[in-house]
Design a protein around this ligand. Structure first.
Ligand code: RIB
Ligand code: CA
Length: 316
């Protein structure tokens, strides 16, 4: 598949599966060197997100370690996403129980050990940032060792609140640690992920692929998209925003994206704005130094073709 324009980055995916997390696992397994999957409480409680990550690993038939991590945010009470993902975190399909055992229950140590033993690891968190923040706090040395952090989260608007996107809003203190870590940071926020929708035509293309894996994914996205559209004004979206894979594809296929370099801070105290990514887009010269590549545009047709190709690859 590598088209000369793409890379094969070494990725550790931290996730809270989650339908779009599941698609991020598929994209990372297909187009990156996936060295590990860690799980965090988010779309569902930790035991569910961990179970779902194990289900995906076995469905893909990949040999990648899965380690569970934080069951709650640094300070906030845990919040979940059953309204979008269902009580299991991955409702909508008849999924086979996983048989491969969990590799460990200390994701933070796994993250630290992996970043210390391997060069050029990209940390790709696509759920609340609790595990990543704890790893950076426990082992500050990894900040200079990793290739960077490519995360899904934030934006100029919210989804869980008017200003809070779920991954940042669920654990703002953790997000503040990550956005302040000082290394390379790429942010796939709602401004770009809402350009990337599971339209009925795209879901139909997945359903038309041969093999049971494709059929399962079509069912999952039928459910995910139905829930998403039911919670949005008619016509405002044509399908669920498939957020998480973009944090992977920006590393494997960077030419499909446009980005801007901004300073992004995390609001941790505001009564109405806690969990907001405060993005400084002013053109005045004495603004804060940029700390983040904020993705602004994606070639969504080409990017979705990559996802469909990846599902096809694993569906035979
Ligand atoms: O706001 C979207 C994010 O919250 C995605 O990562 C989705 O999986 C949920 O975790
Ligand atoms: Ca997620």
């Amino acid at each position: 598949m590598l088209d000369g324009m793409s890379n094969t980055p070494r990725i550790l995916l931290d996730c809270d599966p989650g339908h779009d997390d599941a698609m991020a696992i598929v994209a990372a397994a297909r187009y990156a060197e996936l060295v590990g999957i860690t799980t965090v409480s988010g779309n569902a409680p930790l035991e569910r997100t961990t179970y779902n990550a194990r289900v995906m690993r076995d469905l893909l038939g990949i040999d990648v370690p899965v380690h569970s991590g934080s069951s709650r945010p640094l300070l906030s009470e845990p919040h979940f996403g059953a309204l979008v993902h269902g009580d299991s975190g991955l409702d909508g399909a008849d999924l086979p129980a996983p048989t491969t055992a969990l590799d460990g229950t200390d994701a933070v140590t796994f993250i630290i050990d992996t970043c210390r033993s391997l060069d050029d690891v990209w940390l790709v968190p696509v759920g609340p940032l609790t595990n990543i923040a704890l790893a950076l706090r426990s082992a500050p040395d990894i900040a200079a060792r990793i290739a960077g952090i490519s995360l899904m989260g934030g934006g100029t608007f919210g989804n869980r609140t008017s200003t809070g996107e779920f991954n940042i809003w669920a654990d703002p203190e953790a997000a503040a640690v990550v956005f302040g870590y000082g290394g390379r940071l790429v942010m796939a926020g709602l401004d770009v992920t809402h350009q990337f929708q599971a339209t009925p035509e795209r879901i139909a293309r997945i359903a038309a692929l041969p093999g049971t894996f494709a059929a399962v994914f079509a069912d999952l996205f039928e459910f995910f998209s139905g829930n998403y559209l039911a919670r949005h004004d008619p016509g405002s979206l044509q399908g669920a925003a498939v957020h998480d894979p973009l944090a992977v594809l920006v590393l494997t296929h960077p030419h499909l994206f446009e980005r801007a370099h901004y300073h992004v801070a995390i609001e941790t105290r505001g009564e109405f704005t806690r969990g907001m990514t405060v993005i400084d887009r002013r053109r005045i010269t004495d603004r804060a130094a940029p700390n983040c590549d904020v993705l602004t545009r994606v070639d969504h047709d080409a990017a979705f073709d990559l996802l469909i190709d990846a599902v096809d690859h694993f569906s035979h």
